[in-house]
Write a protein that binds this ligand. Structure first.
Ligand code: FMN
Length: 335
């Protein structure tokens, strides 16, 4: 393998999802090519060259991949029969352990005087870690420590959008007074520490459910990134001025559609709807369309938010945030 091919291979691993399996494969490639003794050094050189070519050297990446090489060297010594990266991953549970890397930061392999001479201390601040871990895949992985779920959410959305993912669609689950659930898609139109906002007709079935039982759940799924976010909490109506502001920014046809639709009521014939649209068009001809009093936003004030990151062999990462007083407690769940 030439240096160039090797860098391409590393880059492919970088730009694919930088999850455990990719770290393992990238580190494995160094060990395979150069042997355990030389792997750390050549990996560092390789990444430096790669980073320079891209014009964006990432200190954290040197460190992270060094740690993965160390893990591979160690695992190969313990499982000599595992001759491929997947075989090694299957044999060595440590490699699939999201916290392994953190343990290895302080291990002798990386903390020795020799290693320290060229050692770049990992920057553990969440922002740097997020940028580094997620060059190609998720900006945050299951092993990134982020105390605030809204911060994690905002970063996840920013990253997904940078990959061309439409992050607005979300499945909204509600339940009626008897506790019977129903679910439908809505568009998530706001997310900040106050909660998650969508807009709808206040006479719709979902709004009726929410009046009877002011709790809801949202589920976002971004298949190309293998990420899922689940949000659960209590629900309040958006203040009128916030609904007004959102409505005012909608295209005129959507505004007219909101007036024309008795969402969730029985429509005897489509022509009835079309006739209603013509009627509201005439009514608001030549003037701004105000927000209908029966239309507006809901805000889900979450008490539980779960981030799911797809992993290999069904060893997904699940990080759940549970509201506790003024803050949040995090837990990791079995996949
Ligand atoms: C991708 C997508 C996004 C949607 N967004 C909304 C929305 O933001 N608000 C809304 O009221 N309905 C939205 N709908 C329609 C709802 O899924 C649903 O059909 C409608 O709100 C009536 O639901 P209900 O009878 O349970 O109240 C969307 C549908 C899809 C497929």
């Amino acid at each position: 393998m030439t240096d160039e091919e090797f860098l391409q291979r590393f880059e492919a691993a970088e730009l694919a999802d930088f999850r455990h399996a990719d770290h393992v494969r990238a580190a494995w490639a160094y060990v395979e090519r150069d042997g355990p003794d030389r792997a750390l050094t050549s990996m560092l050189e390789g990444i430096q060259r790669f980073a320079n070519a891209k014009g964006e050297p990432s200190k954290f990446h040197y460190t992270l991949t060094r740690a993965w090489v160390a893990l591979i060297v160690d695992a190969r010594a313990r499982y000599p029969d595992a001759r491929t990266a997947p075989a090694l991953m299957a044999a060595c549970p440590l490699l699939m352990d999201a916290h392994a890397i953190e343990r290895f930061y302080s291990a002798a392999t990386l903390g020795s005087d020799r290693a320290r001479a060229s050692w770049i201390e990992p920057d553990r601040s969440p922002v740097t870690a997020a940028k580094a871990v997620g060059t190609g895949g998720s900006p945050v992985s299951g092993s990134t420590v982020i105390p605030d779920p809204f911060d994690r959410f905002a970063r996840a959305v920013e990253h997904a959008q940078s990959k061309g993912v439409d992050t607005a669609p979300a499945a909204l689950g509600t339940a009626d007074a008897r506790g019977r659930p129903s679910v439908r898609m809505v568009l998530l139109r706001g997310a900040d520490p106050r909660g998650f906002v969508f807009h709808t007709n206040y006479n719709s079935r979902k709004a009726r459910d929410l009046t009877e039982n002011a709790h809801a759940a949202l589920c976002l799924h971004w298949p190309t990134l293998e990420e899922q976010i689940r949000i659960e909490g209590s629900v309040v109506r958006l203040p009128a001025d916030e609904s007004d502001a959102y409505f005012a920014g909608r295209p005129r046809e959507s505004q007219l559609g909101a007036w024309a639709s008795e969402q969730s009521a029985v429509l005897p014939d489509r022509s009835v709807l079309e006739e209603r649209v013509r009627s509201v068009e005439a009514e608001f001809d030549g003037r701004a369309v105000p927000r209908p009093p029966f239309w507006g936003g809901f805000r889900i004030v979450p008490d539980r938010i779960e981030f799911w990151y797809g992993g290999t062999a069904r060893l997904h990462d699940r990080i759940v945030y549970l509201r506790e007083g003024a803050g949040w407690r995090t837990e990791r769940l079995f996949p």
